[in-house]
Design a protein around this ligand. Sequence first.
Ligand SMILES: *[C@@H]1O[C@H](CO)[C@@H](O)[C@H](O)[C@H]1NC(C)=O
Length: 404
Amino acid sequence: MTTGWVIHLLTISILLFVLCVQSFQSLEVIYAINSGGEAHTDSYGIRYAKDPLMGKVGTASDYGKQLIIGRINAIDQILYQTERYHHSTFGYDIPISEDGEYVIILKFCEVYFNSPNMKVFDVVLNGDHTVVTDLDIFERVGRGIAHDEYIPFKVQGGKLIYNDEESDILAGKIRVEFIKGYRDNPKINAIAVIKGNIEDIPQLGPIPQEPEEYQNIQEDEEESTVRSRHTSGPRTPDPYSIDDSSMDFMKKYGYLEHGTADSDALYKESAITDAIKNVQKFGNIPVTGKLDNATLELMASPRCGVTDVLRKTEDQQRKKRYIISSEGWRKQDITYYVAIWLPTLGAQPVVDEIKRSSTTWSLYSKLNFKPTDTPNANIIVASGRGQLKECLKLNKVSQEYRTF
Ligand SMILES: *[C@@H]1O[C@H](CO)[C@@H](O)[C@H](O)[C@H]1NC(C)=O
């Protein structure tokens, strides 16, 4: 290849690149939100606002943060990891004033269920137009894979036009609704409304295939599309039944005794139910004895790797304020790290509470407490019930407990 050619190719690539960037730059974004999550500017420069339904309707979930979402670059993972679901129909109002062509982009990702037919719902635009029917995200793309719906519509003289149907736009707002059906809750991960044609909209790439599926793709193509692409997580059709990771959690954090044999079947059902109830009591969530959503989310949330259940007397447990130390403090400056255990609570109230208690304690003990940003601290604190609680641990061996 001559140098001339190389330069030629280079110019063409640069030109193509500039063209791409420009066409996406000219996107006129009317509305964009990250459902169930915080504001995020994506790799196309679209700024998704924090979910406006926060604290108003339904449940915000970041359960998907456990997964790396397929079909999506590293920067934009969060759009598909957070979501809002509701046990009944819910939706968003989108202000639209100008006449023209629009596209609403609905972003979805199944981060929870492991088989088709678990979560199926419709999406309705402006109260009248069913724009997505029987959406079963898992069935379309599998678990942990992004799926977008692109819906073009027109606005003209106060009316929304979708295919051949028309509806009135009231008070300058259109509405997108996720309809509760028979199979679990409707949900949404992110929404964007863009003024323009569907051809101008950046779309998702192809669905990634797992390597082993390439080999026998011809022989059983039919089967491979039906088969789940991701097999982690609950294996049974009932997502609320016990799986290995829940058992591991309960063993790791001391809710279940480590068995002698490696078979979990040896645990009595009542022992498991009791263990789940303890997790729930500890996390201050409804005590159902079942692995419901709140419990699964609690188990999935980041936390310190310390045993929760200290197997202490009833009386001590009621106080729920422990400091666990090995050999007392050998230095005066003690650092502590707050592991955010309940996502709803955040670290600040815990830090405040520690400041309060530790100042009192410092008065008597000549110890200074300082918060740090790394778990490599003298004490790791996890919040249980809104105040300084449960797992306080000295980095070394934990043997002796003191309340303070
Ligand atoms: C449980 O959480 C998942 C993930 O956020 C959600 O899709 C599902 O609808 C929830 N189920 C219930 C019964 O709340």
